[in-house]
Design a protein around this ligand. Structure first.
Ligand SMILES: [Mg+2]
Length: 240
């Protein structure tokens, strides 16, 4: 009995680590944006202001709604056409990603390998990408195998709704009710930090994307890294 108690005490708490994709895991070098533009033109006859819309940290459906709003494309039309839009977009994205140079940021492979070997860590996604779009981007470097669950752009109206979706998936897939304080959200924009704080999760910001570093730091993430090259420094924060 005493031995059992000691063993229990030593057991580490389970944590979840949720990664953003663009600017955090990889850089598609414009293939994602190009594909959304092309699909929008094909399905809605216009890409509206998409060329100038800030993509970072937003969900795919919100980018489309925002870009088309001023071009008299009604939100109900966008909703009605969303399934068709997605199938057109995924076909275009597949082609563009296959032709694009997709680069994975330093340290990411090492971190995913290390975390996948750790029974106390659940590795998932928290991204504004459509579910299938995320899969297509990650497939280029065979990264899908590391993620057992995710919360995606088509799961909630805004990014702030995604941590709750992720928590629900952890419960459905892994059978545990996890406290938000055990969930780490890694991303490259103020919106990633914002949704972590909104939910009471731990925010980890990385400077690998397109955000202004000072702007990121001003949001006071729990942790900040210029990049994840020194991957052991990142692994260490999960042991805190
Ligand atoms: Mg990002």
């Amino acid at each position: 009995m005493q031995r059992l108690l000691r063993k229990k005490k030593r057991r580490k708490a389970i944590k979840a680590v949720l990664f953003d994709i663009d600017g955090t895991i990889l850089n598609c070098n414009g293939a994602g944006k190009r594909s959304l533009l092309q699909a929008s033109e094909e399905v809605f006859g216009t890409s509206g202001t998409m060329r100038h819309v800030q993509f970072q940290g937003k969900t795919d459906p919100n980018i489309i709604k925002e870009a088309l709003a001023e071009h008299h494309v009604q939100v109900q039309n966008i909703r009605r056409e969303m399934d068709r839009f997605k199938s057109v977009y995924f076909e275009i994205l597949k082609k563009n990603i296959s032709e694009a140079e997709v680069t994975v940021y330093p340290g990411i492979f090492e971190i995913l390998e290390e975390l996948s070997r750790n029974d106390n860590i659940l590795v998932g996604l928290l991204t504004g990408n459509f579910t299938e779009g995320a899969r297509i981007k990650l497939d280029k470097h065979n990264l899908n195998r590391y993620f057992t669950f995710g919360a995606y752009g088509d799961d909630a109206e805004t990014r702030n709704g995604l941590p709750e979706v992720a928590r629900r998936r952890i419960s459905e897939i892994h059978g545990m009710n996890m406290d938000f304080s055990s969930i780490y959200i890694i991303g490259d924009t103020i919106h990633d930090i914002g949704c972590a704080k909104f939910s009471g999760s731990v925010s980890v910001a990385v400077g690998t994307g397109w955000s202004d570093i000072d702007e990121l730091k001003n949001e006071k993430p729990d942790y900040y890294f210029d990049d994840l090259k020194n991957f052991n420094d990142f692994i260490k924060i999960l042991e805190d």
